[in-house]
Design a protein around this ligand. Structure first.
Ligand code: IMP
Length: 194
């Protein structure tokens, strides 16, 4: 079995990755390799930030490693919050998902076009001479009120295409077969299955 480090401190993402890559690769967390530095996401693209995180962990560990960067892009807000999704409501302070959702609802108050998508870019370093990139996108719309308790971030507001429920109502089992991160990881899996 291959051993791949997933450069994330997000417990939800780690569970998702272990699930998606089960029987394919053993996913090792940053905690397991004793990496506890904070990596500042200073780039202004998902691709740039994913590369930054994967490279930082690869340089320290010397082991094949992948990182993702994701966010919510809302049509009526010119693609915002985008790469700033985590700190939409609180640019310099701690990540506050409840405040982010509140701000999003306020900014879309009375707006008819509520189309949005979640995007993920994964960067994998240490597998090939050059970094590899894999993308995933899920389209949908922003609900007019918070619904559901599962998941994290904007999940209580995001309704994927062909569904009426939000990601937070659908729950992780369904979300993990539809999500932007799932799609990017599936693309990565396909690449390594060749
Ligand atoms: P990250 O770069 O993947 O950590 O994502 C940045 C931010 O985007 C998160 O803090 C969330 O606000 C939002 N986000 C990314 N993926 C998801 C998701 O699957 N559900 C809800 N929010 C998400």
């Amino acid at each position: 079995m291959k051993h791949w480090i997933f450069a994330t401190n997000n417990a939800h993402k780690l569970v998702e990755a272990k699930d998606i890559f089960s029987n394919f690769a053993e996913i090792i967390s940053l905690q397991e390799i004793g990496f506890n530095e904070d990596i500042d996401e200073t780039e202004d693209t998902f691709k740039g930030n994913a590369l930054l995180k994967a490279q930082a962990v690869f340089q320290k560990s010397g082991l094949p490693c992948f990182a993702d960067d994701s966010g919510l892009c809302v049509d009526a807000l010119d693609g915002k919050p985008g790469v700033k999704s985590a700190r939409y409501a609180n640019e310099t302070g701690p990540v506050d998902h409840a405040l982010n959702n509140q701000k999003l609802l306020q900014n879309l108050s009375g707006v008819e076009n509520r189309n949005a998508c979640f995007k993920t870019v994964i960067c994998a370093v240490g597998f090939e001479p050059e970094p590899l990139f894999f993308e995933g996108v899920v389209y949908g719309h922003i609900a007019t009120e918070l619904r559901g308790n599962d998941g994290f971030g904007y999940d209580p507001l995001f309704v994927p295409q062909n569904y009426h429920e939000t990601f937070a109502e659908l729950g992780s089992v369904i979300k993990n077969t539809l999500s932007h991160r799932w799609m990017a990881m599936e693309n990565m899996k396909k690449y390594f299955s060749k």
